[in-house]
Ligand binder design. Structure first.
Ligand SMILES: [Zn+2]
Length: 313
């Protein structure tokens, strides 16, 4: 199953991209990290940017710089934007940013601090570094593609692939494939890939006080439930979701004093194991019908401040 392991590095990926992404879609509905381009073209200008029906994602995707000034996470994780966004450096001592063409390594400074802190804590459980996927766009907001959240600079996707021992080239970051840790039947983790180190990695993230919620594939949650041992308090933050087989999604809390940030209700204080997982392994959940297309969010669906933020030069 050549498509399944990280092993596919540069050359293989060039050759397999088309076939590989088709398989990935069949398996997990969407490929969250499709390769981009080494020379991304700017998006063409919109015909009618001021029309009220213009999808907000089209406006936010055309902003390649942050809105200046103090950092503000405005609105909700699924309907908001970001002012004063800061970039995570693409190469740090314990992390490397992937898919640079996406320009999504932006966040609230609290998110950047979390990633730095988490990467240090991950070292203590055997991870010499993290590969960082999408954070937010420079001004946050909805994105072209499949994310619904990641809008206010407080979400980050971390790849399950361990960081290589060298600073990766742009090519490697753009075309390298993420490690899929879920078995092909989706019922459990893949024993050929999964190790207890993954449990320790996710535990380290969940134990960070800033973290409110982590999304993983249900097969991964099942493995965490099995491997957590006596220390299970952190498990309540780790929730099953579709996809999330090659990366996990970490959400941090609204920073203290950010009155414009709309918190999500916290997850229930149960470990979420056992029968609570049954829903996720029903045939209709494992292989759901294609989702009905939802009308795109427009500026009217975002806090008023986001209009000024996305329309500023
Ligand atoms: Zn995510």
């Amino acid at each position: 199953m050549g498509h399944k392991r990280t092993r596919a590095r540069l050359l293989a990926v060039f050759i397999l991209t088309a076939a590989g992404s088709a398989v990935a879609q069949e398996k997990h509905l969407i490929d969250p990290t499709p390769p981009g381009s080494l020379n991304p073209e700017p998006l063409p200008p919109l015909q009618n940017p001021d029309a009220p029906s213009t999808p907000a994602k089209e406006l936010f995707a055309r902003k390649s710089t942050p809105f200046p000034g103090p950092s503000r996470s405005i609105g909700g994780y699924f309907d908001g934007c970001l002012a004063g966004g800061v970039p995570l450096p693409i190469t740090g001592p314990t992390w490397q940013v992937m898919r640079l063409s996406r320009n999504r390594n932006w966040g609230n400074p609290q998110l950047v601090r979390f990633i730095e802190r988490f990467a240090e804590n991950a070292k203590k459980v055997g991870w010499s570094g993290l590969l960082v996927g999408d954070m937010s766009q420079p001004r946050g907001g909805p994105m072209l593609g499949d994310h619904a959240s990641h809008q206010i600079g407080l979400d980050v996707d971390i790849w399950f692939t361990p960081m290589p021992d060298h600073v990766q080239s742009r090519e490697e970051r753009e075309f390298g494939s993420a490690t899929d840790v879920v078995a092909p039947d989706l019922l459990d983790v893949d024993p050929e890939v999964w190790t207890h180190r993954y449990t320790e990695l996710i535990r380290a993230a969940a134990q960070d006080p800033a973290v409110t919620r982590i999304l993983v594939n249900a097969a991964i949650k099942k493995a965490l439930c099995r491997e957590a041992g006596a220390d299970r308090v952190w498990l309540f933050k780790v929730r099953p979701w579709y996809g999330h087989a090659e990366h996990f999604h970490v959400q941090i809390a609204c920073p203290a004093g950010s009155a414009e940030c709309k918190p999500q209700p916290p997850p229930r204080l149960s470990d979420g194991c056992g029968q609570e997982l049954d829903f996720w392994f029903k045939e209709s959940t494992l292989h759901p019908p294609p989702p009905k297309p939802k009308p795109a969010l427009t500026l009217a669906g975002l806090p008023p401040a986001c209009e000024q933020i996305v329309k500023a030069p």
